[in-house]
Design a protein around this ligand. Structure first.
Ligand SMILES: [Zn+2]
Length: 640
């Protein structure tokens, strides 16, 4: 018998609270279409292992067997708050949907964070490979859910709703965070982002923890638009005005309403209840917020609102013609319901825009530096990612993004004008010898990366990643005995090689730093080692259906200050290199640099980590080397 292609699983569209509201009960159930894979009771599959241990009640709930005939035949168990097996099925469905979106956009398999250690400047290949993300649907009795990087696990809490009537919660009833698709998608995104950029847990500027939060919300939000039934329903209700109050832009509504502090949705990208008037008010772009807001969720909300703003600009732009057709040219709709055909067309546009934006947002990760991300850098990555897949911006995505970022006051550093031309990363300026050196470096790994790109077994891929990382490490910093001969063959000498390393931001000599902070002055010299963080392939289809084959390399050097006032601070420099394979030749498209030899960068980081701003911005550590407080901690971040 042929293996089925998909598994269909029923679940909530928003969260269980919406099933008890007359206006949304009809659209709050949908069927998740998940790629078929063999499953064991749990469910336990290739990527995920659901473990339903409930420490508060000290018990295990019996794991669901999604392959059981009666469950298969019914598209999974029916949504129910009271059935632990349904909870297990639901977290599985949402996590798999999220993983699929990432793999499609990135053009490679997701490999969870491994506890990769470095030994003597080399990756320790014996480090443990983590095959499955562990998922605990009832991990704690608390109004919290979080990703635990050290365990490579998602922990979902449950709690009693506050004892009063608000929204659709039953006063004192149980609220399960694992039943909110937003929360599940959000936590899964943390885990995936961490698997790509483990250094984004290093809190080096206020945008870093905010980015983790924002990105997780952006994915949750845009994924929701793939639900046609809900989208059509909301477009019908708002008469096509998605910038008016509707549920599309609200995240974790039931959770927000159940809290003691009582409010509407936990977060909203479109608007919120105005504290003074008690009425819902649309979010207006406010550039001052980015300047003054440091708490990770609040700051993250600015980026979420910016992306949603870009979405609205695109939606309004692309539906103008439909509205004109529907209104004999006036563009002003008459009173009453809008025509079902118009609802369908508007929804199709909205879904298309959301899915493309999601694609760009994910893909932009490959154009980001491996640490110390800022929102401005992310805008440049978005523009570059979209330019690469679609050289001509016929649909206005890049312009809409730029307009939205401008409106919200987010500007990248070192860019004079906000134009596509100046925002797009530029190809590196390499001389002939440096180009040869780069070719030589890339030549060593090209075939390995291509091989990895064709592999499907994730454990095998993870092992190959480590090997190719170690190989590149040797090529770059510890040239083998025959390197000199190799250089000669290419007409290069050691100085050329050094110059090349400098161009990719690698410091090869001792470097002295002086930090001034108030009256304090700290001086130190370092001779940093180089780490090859990752070498990964990306096979993607452009909008014109052409295959784009790329190799993404990220490198870093670091130094930890061991004494004095700034003890514990870890400073990094490095880059992401984007290479593309065209006609079997490797070309370097972009080098995204974070310079190690930049006193200015170091000073900015120190003043953030040790200055006044850090007090409100920094959730204090936990898992990452206790005592060193410059790490993001999700468990604390998620307490509200
Ligand atoms: Zn989060």
């Amino acid at each position: 018998m042929a293996t089925p292609k998909y598994r269909y699983l029923r679940g909530y569209t928003i969260d269980p609270g919406f099933s008890t509201r007359l206006d949304t009960m009809g659209v709050n159930e949908s069927v998740y279409k998940i790629k078929w894979e063999e499953l064991f009771p749990g469910p336990i599959g290739e990527y995920v292992e659901v473990i339903d241990f409930d420490p508060a009640n000290d018990c295990f709930y019996e794991p669901v067997d999604l392959d059981a005939k009666e469950i298969l035949a019914e598209n999974g168990l029916s949504p129910s708050e009271g059935n632990a097996k349904f909870h297990q099925q639901f977290v599985y469905a949402v996590i798999m949907q999220t993983i699929e979106n990432f793999e499609k956009a990135l053009g490679r398999k997701i490999i969870w964070r491994s506890n990769l250690q470095w030994k003597d400047g080399r990756p320790d290949t014996a480090a443990e490979y983590v095959q499955k993300l562990r998922v605990y649907p009832h991990a704690l009795m608390d109004a919290n859910a979080f990703y635990a990087p050290d365990k490579v696990a998602l922990l979902f809490g449950y709690f009693q709703a506050a004892n009063r009537i608000l929204g659709s919660n039953f006063p004192g009833g149980a609220v399960f965070t694992c039943l909110s698709p937003d929360i599940v998608a959000h936590e899964t995104t943390h885990a995936i982002l961490d698997s790509i950029f483990p250094r984004y847990l290093e809190n080096t500027n206020p945008d870093v923890p905010a980015f983790h939060e924002a990105f997780a919300d952006i994915v949750a939000l845009l994924q929701r638009f793939s639900n046609a039934k809900l989208l059509e329903h909301q477009i019908e209700q708002t008469r096509g005005r998605l910038d008016e109050y509707n549920v599309m832009g609200e995240l974790a509504t039931q959770f927000g309403q159940a809290l003691e502090t009582g409010r509407g949705a936990l977060r909203s990208a479109i608007g919120s209840i105005d504290k003074k008037s008690g009425k819902w008010k649309k979010n207006e772009p406010n550039p001052a917020r980015y300047q003054h807001c440091y708490e990770a969720h609040d700051r993250g909300a600015i980026l979420v609102a910016t992306i949603f703003d870009a979405f609205m600009r695109l939606y309004n732009f692309r539906t103008q013609d439909l509205l004109r057709i529907a209104t004999q040219g006036s563009g002003i709709l008459p009173q009453g319901s809008i025509h079902p055909d118009l609802v369908k067309r508007l929804s199709a546009e909205a879904a298309d825009i959301a899915s493309h934006l999601l694609w760009i947002c994910i893909r932009a990760l490959d154009y980001c530096p491996p640490f110390d991300i800022t929102f401005g850098t992310y805008l440049r990555a978005l523009i570059t990612a979209d330019s690469d897949i679609c050289p001509e911006d016929n649909n206005g995505y890049r312009i809409a993004l730029i307009e939205a970022f401008r409106a919200w006051g987010i500007f990248p550093e070192k860019v004079n004008t906000l134009s596509v031309y100046s925002l797009r990363w530029s190809p590196p300026d390499l001389n002939a010898a440096e180009k040869k050196a780069l070719k030589l470096m890339a030549g060593h790994i090209k075939e390995d990366v291509r091989k990895i790109g064709r592999m499907t077994d994730r454990a095998g891929i993870a092992l190959e990643y480590k090997k190719v990382q170690a190989k590149l490490q040797r090529v770059l910093v510890n040239p083998a005995v025959n390197a000199a001969a190799e250089w000669r063959r290419e007409g290069l000498n050691q100085q050329d090689w050094k110059n090349f390393l400098k161009k990719i931001g690698v410091v090869t000599d001792v470097k002295s730093f002086t930090i001034r902070h108030g009256k304090e002055r700290t001086e130190f010299t370092v001779n940093p080692k180089l780490e090859v963080h990752s070498v990964r392939p990306a096979f993607r289809t452009g909008r014109g259906d052409e295959i784009i084959e790329q190799v993404i390399i990220s490198l870093s050097q670091s130094h930890r200050i061991k004494s004095g006032e700034f003890k514990g601070a870890k400073f990094r420099g490095g880059c992401t290199i984007v290479l593309s394979i065209k006609n079997d030749l490797l070309e370097v498209d972009y080098i995204i640099l974070k310079r190690f030899d930049s006193d200015q960068r170091l000073a900015a980081q120190i003043s953030y980590q040790f200055g006044a701003a850090s007090l409100q911005a920094m959730p204090v550590s936990g898992y990452d080397e206790p005592g060193n407080t410059h790490a993001v901690n999700f468990q604390q971040l998620h307490l509200h």
